[in-house]
Ligand binder design. Structure first.
Ligand code: NAP
Length: 331
């Protein structure tokens, strides 16, 4: 059979709301020496896709303008230097763009084996969350067994992954979330404490939960007034890892606790990191985490799947923030 030369893909025609998403036709890309070409069966929808669509998160230099940061499917071509993968293999991959398309290029080092029994949709729900959580909670935040982890946005795709990984590595995990239903989902995923921030004060709840000692690691995507509050609820020598600022990043904060408690406040964005850094994270994931997926200790958390052509509905759902876990596109 002849190789396809054209493919359907989704871009934002101009910055704006979900209605700006447009299905277009593009040439099927050709893998460079260290890349693989995946025939996409499913792609994850992530909050950064919405931020990119709105015009506030441009693709890093060299990345595709096609939306989408994670895919799973069948490898149909491999570059000259790729030795770990062959045509016909199934894989899930973290990509720096290009996921909302029939074919997607991935760096071979950012591709991961699909755990036995997982569907392509389940596999595609993992890369963005698991790379982000591993790097920020474990590599930067240095979470250890017996420590406490506080996850803001506990019912997000990122949050539910952080709960499961935190528990799997022996930590006690607390979360904040915006409804009782979301809190229950976090408890079902393994959280020890879920705080509905709309009806409870997380500072008081965390002080009570930790016997006033505070938490060892905080994963924060909210920012805004949480920055000062995080300094209050962090334990001495605590680590606060910032992965987004959904409530704003330009704020007044009282930094004195940072000094008095010897806190570390750090953060990172995954997308712009080099292929080499992502390959190093993937290597650790294969060694430390993949067995947890294989044995079912870490599970996919899929809320809703949409056909590829209904990406507008997928983005509308994500921006309603009524979802719990992952939103997926299927091809
Ligand atoms: N730095 C990185 O490398 C990196 C990588 C991937 C993702 N991220 C970030 O991590 C966050 C989670 O990503 P995701 O794809 O898992 O997103 P998601 O599923 O859409 O989750 C975001 C959640 O945050 C909560 N939230 C709190 N304040 C909010 C606000 N002002 N606006 C909107 N939501 C708010 C919402 O739940 P409540 O109802 O509980 O408020 C919402 O469900 C995003 O901010 C994303 O940009 C960062």
């Amino acid at each position: 059979m002849q190789d396809a030369t054209e493919m359907k893909a989704i871009i934002a025609s101009e910055p704006g709301g979900p209605e700006k998403l447009q299905v277009i036709t593009r040439p099927v890309p050709t893998p460079a020496d260290d890349q693989i070409l995946i025939k996409v069966k499913a792609a994850g929808v992530n909050r950064p896709d919405c931020i990119q669509r709105a015009g506030n998160y441009p693709p890093p230099p060299g990345a595709s303008d096609i939306l989408g940061l994670e895919v799973a499917g069948e490898i149909v071509k491999v570059g000259a230097n790729v030795t770990d993968w062959k045509v016909g293999d199934s894989a899930a991959a973290l990509v720096s763009g290009g996921g909302y398309a029939e074919y997607c290029l991935a760096h071979a080092g950012s591709a991961l084996e699909i755990p036995k029994g997982w569907s392509f949709t389940e596999a595609a729900s993992m890369p963005e969350n698991i790379f982000t959580v591993w790097h920020n909670v474990f590599q930067r935040g240095k979470l250890h067994a017996e420590e406490t982890l506080l996850v803001h946005g506990g019912s997000s795709g990122i949050g539910l992954t952080a709960i499961q990984l935190g528990k799997a590595f022996g930590a006690k995990v607390a979360v904040t979330a915006g409804s009782d239903e979301k809190c229950q989902a976090c408890l079902d995923a393994g959280a020890d404490l879920a705080i509905n921030y709309k009806t409870q004060d997380f500072v008081t709840e965390i002080k009570n939960w930790t016997n006033r000692k505070g938490v060892n690691v905080i994963l924060d995507m909210v920012g805004g007034d949480y920055i000062s509050k995080n300094y209050v609820v962090a334990a001495e020598e605590g680590r606060i890892v910032q992965i987004a600022f959904l409530n704003g990043g330009v704020v007044e904060a009282d930094f004195r606790r940072l000094m008095m408690k010897r806190l570390i406040h750090t953060g990172s964005t995954l997308r712009a990191r080099s292929d080499a850094v992502k390959a190093d994270i993937a290597k650790e994931l294969r060694m430390e985490v993949w067995q947890l997926l294989r044995c079912g200790l870490v599970k996919p958390q899929i809320y809703k799947c949409f056909p590829f052509e209904e990406a507008v509905k997928a983005h509308e759902l994500m921006e309603s923030s009524s979802h719990i876990g992952k939103i997926m596109l299927e091809l």
